[in-house]
Design a protein around this ligand. Sequence first.
Ligand SMILES: *[C@@H]1O[C@H](CO)[C@@H](O)[C@H](O)[C@H]1NC(C)=O
Ligand SMILES: *[C@@H]1O[C@H](CO)[C@@H](O)[C@H](O)[C@H]1NC(C)=O
Ligand SMILES: *[C@@H]1O[C@H](CO)[C@@H](O)[C@H](O)[C@H]1NC(C)=O
Length: 464
Amino acid sequence: MACTSDSWLYCLAILLLMAIVESAEQPHLSNENGVKTSVFLSPKFVLEPGSVSNKYYYDLDFPRGHIALKDFNAEVVDEAGNPIPLQETYLHHWIVLRYYQQKGVEIHGNAWFNQSDHVVIVRNSGVCDNDNLQYFGLGSETRRTATHIPDPYGIEIGNPVEIPHGYEEKWMLNVHAIDTRGVRDRLGCTECRCDLYNVTVDEYGRALPPDYDGGFRCCYDETKCRVKEGFYGVKRSLYLRYTVKYIDWDASIVPVKIYILDVTDIWTMSDESKGVRSQHYCLVEYKVESCDIGVANDGCTHTKSLSVSLPTSGDVIYGVAHQHTAGMGSTLYGQDGRVICSSNPIYGEGNEAGNEAGYIVGMSTCYPVPGSVKLSDGEILTLVSNYSSARRHTGVMGLFYLLVADSSTKPDIALHAPAPVHVEMKIFIPGLGVVLFGITIILILNFAFRFRSGKKRDYKAISP
Ligand SMILES: *[C@@H]1O[C@H](CO)[C@@H](O)[C@H](O)[C@H]1NC(C)=O
Ligand SMILES: *[C@@H]1O[C@H](CO)[C@@H](O)[C@H](O)[C@H]1NC(C)=O
Ligand SMILES: *[C@@H]1O[C@H](CO)[C@@H](O)[C@H](O)[C@H]1NC(C)=O
């Protein structure tokens, strides 16, 4: 675009429009139920064959204000917005964490928060003490796992009365991705086998235990999994594109609490006589040894289970498990043996993103009719996580994510009579509002300019 003295006002208008588009809050549109949808891109991460990115992004773009979250989903895309299949970039996990940060302080570096960061992590409602504190998080199953929260429920955030004075609510994203183009052993790289990463110390330089031969402590940020001799693949920039659906908060929304159970949880019960409170130390990952050679392969199932109680009673609104490759399903049982939720992996069968053969591309979810699956106070739940042990696996996981509505808060049925559970917006035009706003400004400036110069404009002046 050539800016001549004749066309300066036009140029100004265009530059103004560009500035507005650049700086505008991410696009959102509301559907008829008032559900707003925002689509954001994470900061970019750069990967080449074999490399690992495990970065922490603070002060993430996120909807602001007192709202109820209705859905959070994501996928890895390249610079052109194309979805990247798991065979190329394995999405080990992403995690979204809520926190309050003291105003005026900054967080530096690629690390978890620490005391000096003036940060209060707003953890979910339980139960691990040391980990799994996130609000949202999934892995390879991201593309085909339902994550919406049905009406009248929602995750309440941004309530100004809950945010401590002098602090603001923020969000952190951690994305752990592994570029497996051209690697020697694709499964081994995704299971973070230490020999493939040629790693004997963890990310802080501490020696790994001799029996630790695979798991996230061997595939930290900037490590590299072994690539086939002579393989070449370009370095590329990728993003986590995440979609948040939400509604403005109002009194008819029933808040749900987030619980994440972990089958590796080491639960020590409280002992009031000794003044010891109950503790949950979660290891997050575990190992599946291969079954005896003698045993027929089809009988090889590794079962790990945990008994645990939640610090709440209430209605289960949503449930989903998280497992890695070779996962065969996970079930949460009540104390009386009833099934609270069963969640099973969906394995891909093709090559395209969302259907990658051999990978868990989705997990089935539970949406019990509200009120039909209740947890009672102090009830002991049993979590079972099954894996195929036809071969050995390292760094596997068995999480169970639950949304629970406190039964003392009754949904206001009258206000939500036959509302459709979830309306997907089929057509999404990014930034439509912004573009219309910009066009309006151009028209106004154009009009003003004509009025001022009093001569006919040559429209060729703004040809690109
Ligand atoms: C904790 O924060 C301090 C100050 O911001 C920083 O120097 C230190 O490296 C941080 N520690 C870790 C483990 O990130
Ligand atoms: C593995 O690491 C060791 C020590 O850091 C290094 O000497 C060796 O060359 C590495 N091997 C490969 C195959 O990268
Ligand atoms: C887990 O495996 C055991 C043993 O094979 C089986 O009895 C149980 O039904 C399985 N549970 C799930 C959730 O797949």
